[in-house]
Design a binder for this molecule. Structure first.
Ligand code: NCD
Length: 359
């Protein structure tokens, strides 16, 4: 199914050169914001937030307003026709016909791709369940570029809910494409990085280690990326409570870290970073949230150029095969075409990346 629009569903749909150009534009906007005033005058952005959000939603809105554009949308589907039972296709088809660009966050994996199939404007994935969060990764890459001066040769510790944290998944996928990055995956055995992301690290020959102790890891890191335990993605409260508070970054642990470490966090923080760490000059997370506005301004400008329309679904349907992931949009919105990319005996769902062994 070919879309007439260029969407951002997964950063890896674009070459690294495209990301780099976007980061360069983000840096320019950060340095000279006045040059971009009015660049989107007369344009309308729709923000459809089916899941809670503070930073992603407001930084997109700020970005569009600073570019001179206008906003429509909802941040609470219960006040829209979604509460009457409207499906994702109908909502996105109509809203995208009102807007020039649409940003969507949804609790179900693959929902942004599903929305793009019927959209009449470019669609940006602002988080699809526990799957991906490409614009947080762009924010993280701008932060690394401005604060570390490079996206290469870094030792990056990722700590917390690596299983459900979509920001971690997108960041690992992206940074594995730059030279000589090493990953230290700090989690409990219940919340390790999904194997499909580890496979991507392997394909790119990235060195990675999995360890359970933040104390042991911290002294070796250039970057520590802390994450929240994703309460809303757990099957039960007991399972969440067993993971809560396992990792808490405090001043004591910071004493063992390098002077040039930077601590990042996509936010919101719950209790995984103690408040008094905020005063440490290595704590970069609030600055990181601010950089999100500049990179999103760059992204909106780029998406509105609409230079490279491409098919949304590139795979094929397979007779009698459905995705095995119950959290996949293709199992929730049943009108969607099932679509898989085949490689040998493995079929990968195009919406959520779940892999199915065919024999
Ligand atoms: C993250 C998200 O929504 O995935 N927040 C964000 O967008 N900045 C991280 C989280 O919710 O833990």
């Amino acid at each position: 199914m070919t879309s007439e629009y260029q969407h951002l569903i997964d950063l890896n749909d674009y070459p690294v050169s495209w990301w780099n150009k976007l980061i360069t534009l983000g840096k320019d906007i950060y340095r000279y914001p006045e040059r971009y005033k009015g660049a989107c005058s007369g344009k309308v952005m729709a923000t459809l937030f089916y899941e809670p959000s503070t930073r992603t939603q407001m930084s997109f809105q700020t970005a569009m307003l600073r570019l001179g554009g206008s906003l429509i949308g909802f941040d609470n589907p219960s006040t829209s026709s979604v509460s009457k039972g409207e499906n994702l296709k109908d909502t996105t088809k109509v809203v995208s016909s009102y807007a020039d660009i649409m940003v969507i966050r949804h609790p179900v994996e693959g929902a942004a791709k599903a929305a793009a199939i019927s959209a009449e404007c470019p669609v940006i994935n602002a988080g699809d369940g526990g799957h991906l969060h490409p614009t947080q990764t762009l924010t993280d890459m701008l932060t690394l570029t401005l604060e570390k001066g490079t996206l290469e040769g870094l030792t990056i510790g990722l700590c917390g809910d690596l299983m459900n944290g979509r920001t971690v998944h997108s960041l690992c996928k992206a940074l594995s494409c730059y030279k000589n990055n090493k990953f230290v995956l700090i989690s409990t055995k219940e919340l390790t990085l999904p194997s499909y992301i580890k496979d991507i690290l392997n394909v790119h020959n990235c060195e990675y280690t999995e360890i359970s102790s933040l104390e042991d890891a911290i002294s070796k890191l250039d970057v520590l990326y802390m994450t929240r335990i994703q309460r809303e993605r757990f099957a039960s409260e007991e399972e969440y409570l067993a993971q809560k508070n396992v990792y808490v970054l405090d001043k004591q642990k910071m004493k063992n870290a390098r002077k040039d470490l930077i601590v990042m966090h996509p936010l919101p923080r719950v209790d995984e970073i103690e408040i008094d760490v905020d005063d440490d000059e290595r704590a970069l997370y609030f600055k990181q949230a601010k950089y999100g506005v500049y990179i999103r301004m760059a992204l909106i400008l780029k998406m509105l150029e609409n230079k490279n329309p491409s098919p949304v679904l590139k795979g094929t349907t397979l007779k009698d095969i459905c995705c095995h992931n119950p959290k996949c949009i293709s199992n929730r919105e049943l009108y969607l075409p099932k679509s898989f990319v085949k490689s040998g005996d493995i079929a990968e769902c195009e919406y959520c990346d779940e892999r199915i062994l065919l024999k």
